[in-house]
Design a protein around this ligand. Structure first.
Ligand SMILES: Cc1ncc(COP(=O)(O)O)c(C=O)c1O
Length: 393
């Protein structure tokens, strides 16, 4: 006899991105376009800050919420960049990546039976936490509205069980950003409702066109919005595990307890690196963005030439082309593309049922890799078309 585990764990699965990436070991020559991790090294000055912290034996615990110097740097950064005011003493927690910030927020606000609205398709890191807490994810279809939530649809989904709505702009998996007027229309709905907003803005510094507006910048929303951020993407620091959770003071005093018992604090050398990233490393994201923009434009041209319809993304580092016209599920398409074409992309269905009919291509890869990937995909699609033409004769 073995003791039983939490039955909710059975309801969650390994992320669809990982499931697909795991197949790659069987295809060692495949071009891998599945991973959402910047291909650049962490900037030298940032690395040096951590090295000198280690050399100076700054390797212990910090305050649970993080070094006050780092929280001050975060506060200054968000004020300077987005005109957002977060008090370093009370409103900011340094977390173990944005992942822990998402987990802490949901654990602080959700009770079993609550509903959380997720504009879909969405990043794979939200739904499992919601389910583990005995809550229900409610999908808001954005696949036919340019991957931006329609305010009327949103309003129709809000009921007395709705506890929170999650937003993620710029978006993983679509790369889509949201215009100020579109946010204004959502704000009109949200301001009237008694719901929390969880806004994952981890890609905000990877905005290529227009300006990023945080949800918390609306005075009507500030007191019910949690802003999730971090340095994983903007400064190519995925392995350093530094995230930021910012929110209303009266709930943050509870979030700190969850963080304390779960993590104690973020890694101290990483926190020193983070101070450097937010002070002297402010230009780093813009330098990386120049590369991302070139890569995006190259891929858009290639995908158009292949006849794959795609929204023009203005941020993050993903493209989400449609494969609906090919008459296969995204999983079938990606499996065939990997087996016969030697290219790995993520099936859109990994990002909910509303991602079906799309595939995610990451361009956090060197140009040579992208060129080879597109050459192979082009060849694969041509052979697919030839087979279909022969079959239809
Ligand atoms: C939208 C989004 N949020 C959060 C995360 C997790 O970030 P971190 O590595 O800082 O935990 C990712 C990582 O891919 C992401 O794409």
């Amino acid at each position: 006899m073995s003791p039983s585990i939490n039955p909710r764990v059975h309801e969650i699965a390994i992320s669809g991105i990982r499931q697909f990436a795991n197949q790659l070991v069987h295809y060692p020559d495949a071009v891998n376009l599945t991973i959402g991790q910047p291909d650049f090294p962490t900037p030298d000055n940032v690395k040096q800050a951590a090295i000198s912290a280690i050399e100076n034996d700054l390797t212990g615990y910090s305050h649970n919420a993080g070094l006050i110097d780092l929280r001050n740097a975060v506060s200054k950064f968000f004020y300077g960049t987005y005109n957002l005011t977060y008090n370093a003493e009370t409103d900011i927690i340094i977390t173990i990546g944005a992942s822990e910030a998402i987990d802490t927020t949901f654990r602080a606000i959700l009770e079993p039976g609550d509903e959380v609205i997720l504009p879909a398709p969405f990043y794979t890191g939200y739904e499992p936490i919601i389910k583990l807490l005995g809550c229900t994810p409610v999908y808001l279809n954005t696949s036919d509205t340019g991957f931006v939530p329609d305010p009327k649809r949103l309003e129709a989904l809000i009921n007395e069980n709705t506890k929170a709505i999650l937003f993620n702009f710029p978006s993983n998996p679509t790369g889509v950003t949201i215009e100020k007027e579109q946010m204004d229309a959502l704000e009109q709905v949200l301001a009237q409702k008694d719901v929390f907003i969880v806004s994952d803005e981890i890609y905000s510094l990877n905005t290529f066109e227009g300006t990023h507006t945080p949800f918390a910048s609306y005075p009507s929303l500030k007191d019910k919005t949690f802003t999730i951020h971090g340095l994983s993407k903007s400064h190519s620091m995925t392995g350093w595990r530094i995230g930021f959770l910012m929110g209303p003071t009266d709930v943050m005093k509870h979030c700190i307890k969850i963080h304390q018992y779960n993590a104690v604090c973020a890694s101290l050398p990483s926190q020193y690196a983070a101070i450097e990233a937010l002070t002297n490393g402010r230009d780093n994201p813009a330098k990386m963005n120049e590369h991302y923009i070139n890569r995006r434009d190259y891929l858009l041209e290639r995908l158009h030439a292949m006849g794959l319809p795609v929204e023009i993304p203005k941020g993050a580092f993903y493209l989400f082309p449609s494969i609906q016209h090919l008459g296969m599920t995204s999983f079938e398409f990606c499996t065939k593309l990997l087996q016969d074409g030697g290219v790995a992309c993520v099936p859109g269905s990994a990002f909910s049922s509303y991602g079906e009919g799309f595939i995610r291509i990451s361009y956090a890869y060197k140009m040579d890799t992208l060129i080879e990937g597109m050459d192979r995909m082009d060849k694969f699609l041509q052979s697919l078309n030839n087979t279909r033409n022969v079959e239809s004769v």
